[in-house]
Design a protein. Sequence first.
Length: 265
Amino acid sequence: MQQNLSAKFNLKPATLAVLIQCAALLSVLCVTWAIYWLMAIIFNLDLTYPIFTLVLLQALFAAFFSYLSGMATWWRWIHLGFPMIVWAMSILNIPNTFYLIGFIVTLSLYWTTFRTQVPFFPSRPVIWEQVLSLLPQNMPIRLIDIGSGLGDLSMCVAKARPESLIEGIEIAPLPWLVSVVRAKFKRSSAVFKFGDYHALDFANYDVIFAYLSPAAMQALWQKAQVEMRTGTLLISYEFEIENVPPTQVIKQRHHEKSLYMWKIK
Ligand SMILES: C[S@@+](CC[C@H](N)C(=O)[O-])C[C@H]1O[C@@H](n2cnc3c(N)ncnc32)[C@H](O)[C@@H]1O
């Protein structure tokens, strides 16, 4: 019964999520109306529902539909929590400015995630050190972090390899702005561009670092195969490329996530 509707109808997960909440709302209306009329006809009872019951029903229907439509497990928790959080916030009388600021910050961080399906999530210093260990030594290199977030990886590499040209490109405006300001304050030689990495020519780089998402990996590999030069490196943290065995894997201690490296042939 469970189907991946997102793939079947070529829907973005966020679009499917909105449709699921709408379907849950319709179901809540149908079920509550049906029970209301049954109670009225059989027991002559004028039933009223506590608001929390309606919110809980909405959450449960949405989580169930999310399961049926084959969305990733974490979407079920989002669907379950969303109606309850909206309800809780509506009774807390929070000033409107709070929502406006929250909306602007979230939009500048995640507004592109809808299209790219790659959310912002920073990597950790241990990963930057492992990336450094994979880089070609004794020669200047040109490296770019595609989806550079707050810029930490690029700044770390730029510090360790001052002879090299280290860049980052970021599509979301807030992280990009933060990375530029941080690079100025830290006097880092890392250069941060605002834009979409799809517009880059990978032939200009010796190393491409990516910490993206499973949704982006196949297209990334196709671009890398067409554009990257022989002997250059594609490095990905956490996400593998289906059916493309990496040249080297660095496993993380106490962690299932790994760092993958492909040497382009
Ligand atoms: C998981 S974060 C990784 C951040 C950083 N590379 C790090 O290691 O800390 C992925 C980042 O890629 C950005 N991104 C997603 N698609 C992109 C694209 N097509 N072009 C440029 N940046 C993109 C997102 O906005 C997000 O900030």
